[in-house]
Design a protein around this ligand. Structure first.
Ligand code: CTP
Length: 407
């Protein structure tokens, strides 16, 4: 819950800012509306005043506005400056430090993060001057909600339309979560994807993991301000941008990489589908077929999560460990047993026989099992499942803090 300054500038999408304001309030945030002069030509300040139940700031010259140097007072109080819609003019002023009204002064005066939802004509958006200003702001840490494509008020079809209010509200919420998250500044290791165990130069033993669950977790942790090292097996899906990416192929390679990076980590999430067995020997040359059946001898791979659990038992400041349990029968019983046997804080159990859940899907349905409770999540996007897992991890961090403090 935070106080958000909602900057509204003079674009045709200004009416959509009313819906953005409502959406932010529904998520429990308090909103103060700051309108530029041009914005008041599109929507009346009274509308925002009635919704926010606060005076709307339209000018820094209004009597009373300077009694407590309002733009400085608000600048200190807010958790986020959100500008939706944001015109090319205001983007230009922000980028160049021009402060000729309340909103542009507020941008300079606040240390709160800034989120901008640009809206303008397609040609204006692609103009070099605007693009340069956007890049300058991005380099300064300003975040953007990308404009959508579609019919523009000027009759054009193209990119430039204000993003949908729901999208803007969700982006604002994510930025605030990042500010408040216990994962902020923590070192997180996430594994993703399958491992390939080579039989010969052209064949391997693998599995159908796409890497999406691990990638969603890495992206969500990164968005909460964590420093994420992603250790990924071979995947077709592009990994998200993280602090570091280590590509591996086999379980043995993943084991070596994870054991090394985990030494400095605060949290390790093993979402990879690591092969349990690998060919005892990898043939140097391609194995030619013969008439009879073929026998391939497989041997156990190192169990990375179990090794992390063993190391954690010896080290009081060990990272929090999260494992996955992919099952087709006796889901909860097997997963509970795995959590204890591997000595991990949380096990995410997923029944991979449910349509749409688990391997090679964009959705998942899971039960998060911890020492002090279980939480079942119905079929939903892997991004939302990732958020719920990280919320649960933050709960574990809170309990650990409380236990350490009590000692
Ligand atoms: N895992 C691991 N190293 C392995 C195998 C699995 O670190 N060699 C991790 C997975 O990343 C996952 C968890 O262990 O987080 C559970 O994997 P799963 O294959 O479901 O369980 P197993 O313990 O291998 O048990 P079983 O195959 O007997 O069900």
């Amino acid at each position: 819950m935070a106080l958000i300054a909602l900057g509204v500038t003079g674009g045709i999408g200004a009416y959509k800012a009313v819906e953005v304001c409502r959406g932010l309030q529904k998520r429990g945030h308090d909103v103060v509306a700051v309108m530029t002069r041009a914005a008041t030509r599109f929507v009346g300040p009274v509308t925002f005043e009635a919704i926010t139940r606060r005076p709307v700031i339209t000018s820094q010259w209004k009597p009373g506005a300077n009694a407590d140097i309002e733009h400085i007072a608000i600048a200190d109080e807010i958790g986020l400056l959100l500008v939706a819609p944001c015109t090319a003019n205001v983007i230009g002023k922000f980028a160049n430090g021009i402060a000729d009204d309340f909103l542009t002064s507020l941008y300079l005066a606040t240390k709160a993060p800034t989120l901008i939802a640009p809206a303008m004509n397609t040609n204006m958006l692609s103009h070099e001057a605007v693009q340069r200003n956007l890049q300058a702001l991005a380099a300064r840490g300003v975040r953007f909600v990308d404009p959508g494509e579609g019919y523009l008020a000027c009759g054009w079809i193209g990119k430039g339309r204000l993003a949908e209010p729901d999208e803007i509200v969700a982006a604002a919420d994510r930025m605030l979560a990042r500010r408040d998250s216990l994962l902020r500044g923590r070192r997180v290791v996430v594994t993703a994807g399958p491992t390939y165990e080579d039989i010969d130069p052209v064949r391997y033993v693998g599995n159908r993991s796409s890497g999406r669950m691990g990638f969603a977790l890495a992206a969500a942790a990164e968005a909460r301000g964590a420093k994420v090292t992603l250790v990924a097996g071979p995947t077709d899906v592009e990994p998200p941008a993280t602090d570091a990416l280590i590509r591996v192929r086999s379980a043995a390679e993943m084991h070596a990489a994870v054991m090394q990076v985990s030494e400095q980590a605060d949290l390790v999430i093993m979402a990879a589908a690591v092969a349990d067995y690998a060919p005892a020997q990898t043939a140097q040359e391609k194995i030619a077929k013969s008439d009879g059946p073929m026998t391939l001898t497989l041997q156990r791979t190192p169990d990375i999560l179990a090794d992390l659990g063993r190391a954690a038992a010896r080290r009081p400041s060990a990272p929090i460990l999260v494992g996955f349990a992919a099952e087709t029968i006796d889901l909860l019983a097997n997963a509970r047993e795995k959590r204890v046997r591997k000595n991990v804080d949380l096990i995410v159990a997923n029944d991979v026989s449910v349509p749409g859940a688990g391997f090679d899907a964009t959705t998942n349905a899971v039960t998060i099992i911890g020492a002090d409770g279980e939480q079942t999540l119905s079929l939903q996007s892997k991004a939302r499942i990732a958020e719920a897992i990280l919320d649960r991890v933050e709960q574990v961090i809170r309990v650990r803090h409380a236990t350490t403090a009590a000692r």
